[in-house]
Design a protein around this ligand. Structure first.
Ligand code: PEP
Ligand code: MG
Length: 905
């Protein structure tokens, strides 16, 4: 017979799967001898059996009887007996806490007879009848599905009838009337009498908790929190104790340290003569624990000793719910307490200093997401700020500045020392320079995965997007706000955007810098120098200690994706050990686009040579700067990747221009020629078209141009005493033959420049693994590669067979709702699909070359969960945006502790 019921004295804290979080912790407290009211837990197994069959398993009723009788014997009272009745609460408690999602029924055991008994033993008839009406209300709502409004309407009417405004001002007679009316509500809306049999109440409430696992809101919550749907919930049946039995009773919540700042010292709230729900409802002002000390020294001392005991036992900050019933302390719940990001870091190192945990454990107590939160500036709260609109919080932080409508304005004004917010209808790659200098970005269109959002997150720049209440007219340089005809914003106006909430404010809002960011940029000493108070100093010291420990234990190296010297510098300051991806396409854009067009349009060898010759010094200059910045550190340079058309004018725009010019007789033959080329190179699916290695192999001179620029730049640096370490990477390889040809051409140029300069240039040559064909044939590709870098962005697109730009804003929301993905596969690597491709690539690559160096440079390289996966795959490094480098360092350290044995060869 499966064991479905555990007395609190039978379980322990490690049985969360079976007993749920609350049940396991109640059992643990009971084992520790702490004052927990007697009770028992019905397991998640029972819930799962119920959900599978639609009926309560037969054995359950029998086991509940046994456990209940044991509790009754222990207390010398019986459930719902007419004299001195035992009352119980029935609460849900899943493995993971799901606040407010599932059901609770208190005061089970009360009926028309036992209410009299309770009145008698408590000498408080008002209390007894109030408890009974609460039971009928809660039971009616959660067990019998009666609309809660029916009860609140009766309650309001009763208060009005008796001329009182608060629930507890109703007297016994009023409460008796209310009980009768509530029973009538139940009969009318549920079609049955309110059950008088205490055991029937208990069984029905248990079943209701089981059912509540599958409500719509519980499903939505679990999807958002990534909690599996098949866990089920446990049910805790616990003897009722009452905090509302007069002035020597009360209820409270306490924490063993301050969960908001992380300060040492206990912290809590207490409410005299109240039940738990009154604390949450915030009707009356709560007292502090210090007040409790003066009110009831005995209970206070007992509580303090229980807090210390629990913190030592759990070796972490605990929160505790307690009730004092006529001077007797009871603990109703404990758990390792939720805390802010700052508190997480501080508490972790405090516990190390108190020798309760080791540094390794401390690292497991903080997360990359918490570090991210600490890296953004925040608005200081001021009451009088004017909200213009609310939109999508796309990238966190707080930014204030004048409105700038385009790159030129953003750049000019920041150079003049102003702070600006770049405000666009939407952004595209041309807006990059403006985004780089702006304090923040606000767009009227697009969601969390729009260009603005993705790029801003990568840069760590505050961004609010999809503010569709705003009408941005870049030509007229105005912003209008829907419903505010009086208001026309211009470049003269200052706005503030909050990347955590999506709020857009009109006017200045004060911002405070992130001390953690100061630390990451300028080191501990400077951060301590500017820290305003002890809290800040302790916080940055804790972050520093944990970061240094992560660096010590991690096996994954952390590199950055950086295309410019500025990015590279930022990355180094934040601890990057190299550049894992230098995209070179920007070296062909902007003013240079014309030179690329000359190359594409070249009709003979001479024209082509001229176009290439014009590009060479520019690109060489770029590489010299990058090598100088990265001196001594590796830098993976990826040869050009994007589709050809990105360097050409837009087909529609050019067609219109040519048509109009032709009509007017002003047609330039060069435009006509250009249009022909644009038409020829137009692709239906550019993402799957002429790009990457395909473009490199078919466009004469391109590889040679790029490799010569790299090689000559390296020579310059060597001559100047520098230490350049380029690694040349070929994108979008699918076949070993592609890599072989590319490699031969790269080597030929390196040999040539080597001969010309007298310097030895044997840079590693490798490729990206970003196509399924590359992953499955990685054994052959490895023959030609000195290294692999997994491009998980394209690998995600090509494994799923969808293009990010086309699908994210179109159907991802539905797919997340359907549970096709728990989280976007572009955010966290999809282990079962794309992850298997990575695994194949790793295994096949190593089969050919056991020491093949492998890293990842897709956006997943900065995502905490994905980093864990890459660690387990035994990769050598992750490469991510400079902003996320510290997060990657921390997460790589955590992974090394969680998985000391990775699959590294
Ligand atoms: C990738 O595909 O993962 C990658 C890094 O390349 P890009 O995002 O530039 O296509
Ligand atoms: Mg790619």
């Amino acid at each position: 017979m499966p064991k479905y019921v555990y007395r609190f004295s039978e379980g322990d804290k490690d049985q969360k799967d079976l007993l749920g979080g609350k049940g396991a912790n109640l059992a643990e407290m009971t084992r520790l001898g702490l004052p927990v009211p007697p009770g028992f837990t019905i397991t998640t197994d029972a819930c799962r059996a119920y959900l599978a069959d639609g009926t309560v398993p037969d054995e359950l009723a029998v086991q509940v009887t046994t456990a209940l009788r044991e509790v009754e014997e222990e207390l010398g009272r019986e459930l719902g007996a007419p004299e001195d009745p035992l009352l119980v609460s029935v609460r849900s408690g899943a493995k993971f806490s799901m606040p407010g999602m599932m059901e609770t029924v208190l005061n089970i055991g009360l009926n028309d007879k036992s209410v009299l008994g309770l009145a008698e033993v408590s000498s408080d008839a008002r209390f007894a009848w109030d408890s009974y009406r609460r039971l009928i209300q809660m039971f009616g709502k959660t067990v019998l599905d009666v609309d809660g409004d029916h009860f609140s309407e009766r309650l309001d009417a009763k208060k009005a009838e008796h001329g009182v405004s608060l629930d507890y001002e109703l007297d016994v007679d009023a409460l008796k009337e209310l009980v009768a009316e509530y029973k009538a509500v139940v009969l009318e809306h549920a079609g049955i009498e309110f059950p008088q049999d205490p055991r029937a109440q208990l069984d029905m409430a248990t079943e209701a908790v089981f059912r509540s696992w599958n409500t719509e809101r519980a499903h939505i919550y679990r999807r958002r929190e990534k909690i599996p749907h098949d866990l089920g919930t446990a049910v805790n049946v616990c003897t009722m104790v009452f905090g509302n039995m007069g002035e020597t009773s009360g209820t409270g919540v306490c924490f063993t340290r301050d969960p908001s700042s992380g300060r040492t010292g206990v912290y809590g709230d207490y409410l005299v003569n109240a039940q738990g729900e009154d604390v949450v409802a915030g009707i009356r002002n709560t007292l502090s624990l210090a007040d409790l000390k003066t009110l009831d020294r005995t209970s206070y001392d007992e509580l303090r000793s229980a807090m210390r005991r629990l913190e030592t036992h759990y070796r972490d900050l605990c929160d505790i719910e307690f009730t004092i019933e006529r001077g007797k302390l009871w603990l109703l719940q404990t758990r390792v307490g939720k805390r802010t990001a700052a508190a997480a870091f501080r508490v972790a190192t405090q516990l190390v200093d108190e020798k309760l945990i080791t540094m390794d454990e401390a690292l497991t107590r903080v997360t990359g997401d918490q570090l991210t939160q600490l890296m953004f500036p925040q608005f200081e709260y001021t009451g009088d700020r004017e909200v213009l609109t609310r939109a999508m919080p796309a990238s966190p932080g707080a930014a204030v500045g004048h409105i700038a409508f385009d790159n030129a304005e953003a750049i000019a004004r920041t150079e003049a020392g102003e702070s600006v917010i770049l405000v666009r209808r939407e952004t595209n790659p041309d807006d990059l320079p403006g985004m780089v200098v702006a304090a923040g970005v606000l767009t009227a269109r697009g969601g969390k995965t729009s260009h603005a959002a993705v790029v801003a997150r990568g840069m760590g720049k505050t961004c609010v997007c999809g503010a569709d209440q705003l009408e941005v007219d870049a030509a007229a340089r105005t912003v209008r706000v829907a419903g505010r005809e009086d208001l026309v914003l211009t470049s003269e106006d200052v706005i503030a955007i909050d990347g955590q909430t999506g709020e857009v404010f009109l006017g200045e809002v004060p911002v405070s810098d992130s001390p953690v960011m100061t630390y990451l940029r300028r080191g501990l000493e400077e951060a301590l120098d500017v820290a305003g108070n002890v809290d800040t100093r302790e916080l940055v010291t804790s972050v520093d200690r944990l970061m240094r420990h992560a660096d010590k234990v991690r096996r994954l190296q952390v590199r950055a994706n950086a295309d410019t010297p500025d990015d590279a510098r930022h990355a180094i300051h934040r601890g990057a050990e190299g550049v894992g991806l230098c995209r070179t396409e920007h070296m062909f854009l902007g003013k240079r686009k014309q030179l690329v067009q000359n190359l594409i349009l070249a009709s003979n060898e001479e024209e082509r040579e001229n176009a290439l010759a014009a590009l060479l010094p520019l690109q060489k200059g770029d590489f010299i700067q990058m090598f100088e910045t990265m001196n001594g550190r590796p830098m993976t340079v990826r040869l050009i990747d994007p589709p050809l058309h990105e360097f050409l004018p837009d087909l529609t725009e050019l067609s219109v221009k040519v048509a109009l010019d032709r009509e007017r007789g002003t047609l330039d033959p060069a435009d006509e020629e250009l249009l022909a080329v644009v038409r020829r190179s137009h692709e239906a699916n550019p993402m799957l078209g002429l790009r990457g290695v395909r473009l490199l192999l078919t466009m004469p001179g391109l590889i040679e141009l790029q490799v010569r620029a790299i090689a000559e730049a390296a020579v310059e640096r060597l001559k100047a005493g520098g230490d350049p370490h380029p690694e040349i990477m070929i994108p979008l390889v699918g076949s070993v033959r592609e890599l072989q040809i590319a490699r031969e051409r790269v080597e030929a140029v390196l040999r040539k420049v080597s001969g010309e300069s007298g310097y030895k240039l044997d840079f590693p040559i490798g490729c990206m693994i970003e196509l399924p064909r590359a992953a499955v044939s990685a054994d052959t590709i490895a023959e030609e590669a000195d290294f692999f870098s997994f491009g998980t962005n394209d690998l995600t697109q090509t494994t799923w067979g969808f293009s990010r730009d086309d699908v994210e804003s179109v159907f991802f929301k539905e797919y997340l709702d359907y549970g096709v993905f728990g989280v976007s596969p572009f955010e966290t690597v999809d282990e079962r699909g794309v992850g298997r491709m990575v695994r194949l690539g790793v295994e096949h690559g190593r089969a050919t070359k056991p020491d093949l160096k492998m890293g990842v440079c897709g956006e997943h390289g900065g995502d905490p969960e994905s980093i864990d996966f890459f660690h387990r795959m035994g990769l050598s490094y992750v490469s991510c945006s400079p902003f996320r480098v510290p997060v990657a360092r921390l997460e790589a350290g955590r992974s090394a502790i969680f998985y000391p044995e990775s699959e590294e060869a």
